[in-house]
Write a protein that binds this ligand. Structure first.
Ligand code: ZN
Ligand code: ZN
Ligand code: ZN
Length: 350
């Protein structure tokens, strides 16, 4: 904050609020804002009816406001900022909140908080790594469970619901939404919306799933085949496997994020499938399923120990089939630690 000349950081309900205050907040017409500024302890403005939800913390002062009070005016009073205050605000703050803040701080200058907070969020502490490692191991276990199930004759949605139940049985928390179960031609759509298609012998099935441990995400993809695959599928599978493994081997401190993308893309291009790898290689992961750093061309960020992200190349042949393999890795002093250990060998299901 000091080096950026920032007087005040305002955090709206988000993973950032969880990170700093162990409270997710509730985004609504009643603003909740964590105000971090200067030397004083942070304030959290919270509607009085939601104050009991906020965990006790000596380090955060609660400003519980009544229905008839304006929390923005109260914040302005307690913070008593000098004129021309420079405020960094969460990307996820509602526009209505920002507009009220701008009216209350007419000579304030508002900038996004994400460039500042990203530096902290990207570098996982040991405790965070432990949660991510456990989340990965539980997702691996659920994959071992799901490949024991019958696929042929069942709908994508059934497999997805079963997979969620297996994830929960292993100890992961799953949100309301279904994992990606993309079968047959649907597997060529990387973010397929799991639906009612019935799975048949001869289908590739992309399974992309996860859940959370203490709020930290697992995210793994494996592509299985129902019955014996043909040579072309085997070949495409092998290319994706080699691309994924080459990407993980390229991970090391000081390597640019875009280099990892270039390596996976290079393997796929060399096999003649460049036009069929239609997304970036990966995304950071932590308290959010997708966060910085993004493993994409143009991102010259130097990787550093403690960063965690996916390496998930794929090949998608429209109307036919797709293959994706995804593991989460953590950058270590020596290279990369894979937080998923489920085998990359092709699994045949029935
Ligand atoms: Zn995705
Ligand atoms: Zn995924
Ligand atoms: Zn992912």
């Amino acid at each position: 904050m000091a080096s950026g000349g920032i007087d005040l950081v305002l955090i709206a309900p988000s993973a950032d609020m969880v990170y700093f205050a162990a409270y997710a907040g509730h985004a609504s017409e009643r603003p909740t804002l964590l105000a971090i500024g200067g030397d004083a302890a942070p304030w959290m403005a919270v509607p009085m009816l939601e104050a009991p939800r906020v965990p006790d913390a000596d380090s955060v002062r609660l400003l519980a406001y009544e229905e008839t009070e304006d929390p923005i005016v109260r914040l302005r009073q307690v913070l008593a900022p000098s004129s021309g205050v420079r405020v960094a605000i969460s990307d996820t703050a509602w526009a209505s909140v920002l507009l009220r803040l701008q009216a209350a701080f007419p000579d304030g200058r508002f900038i996004p908080a994400s460039p500042l907070i990203r530096e902290l969020r990207m570098m996982k502490a040991e405790e965070e790594l432990a949660h991510l490692r456990r989340a990965g191991a539980l997702a691996d276990a659920a994959f071992a469970d799901v490949i024991q199930q019958r696929f042929a004759g069942r709908r994508e949605r059934e497999i997805a619901e079963e997979l969620n139940a297996l994830l929960r049985a292993r100890g992961l928390r799953t949100s309301g939404h279904l994992p990606i179960v993309a079968s047959g031609p649907n597997s060529a759509s990387p973010h397929h919306l799991t639906g009612d298609r019935e799975i048949h012998e001869g289908d590739a099935v992309v399974l992309d799933f996860g859940g959370t441990v203490e709020g930290y995400y697992a995210d793994i993809t494996r592509t299985v085949h129902v019955g014996t695959p043909d040579d072309e599928f085997r070949h495409v599978y092998l290319v994706v496997k080699q691309a994924q493994e080459a990407g993980v081997r390229a991970v090391a401190p000081g390597v640019e994020a875009q280099k990892v993308d270039a390596v996976t893309r290079g393997v796929i291009a060399a096999a003649g499938y460049a036009d069929f790898f239609i997304h970036r290689t990966g995304h950071g992961i932590g308290l959010e399923g997708h966060e910085e750093p993004y493993i994409v061309a143009g991102n010259a960020l130097a990787l550093a120990p403690g960063m965690t992200f996916s390496v998930e190349p794929g090949i998608y042949l429209p109307g036919r089939f797709g293959v994706r393999i995804e593991d989460i890795v953590a950058v270590t002093a020596a290279g990369a630690e894979s937080l998923n250990q489920a085998s990359h060998e092709l699994v045949i299901v029935h």
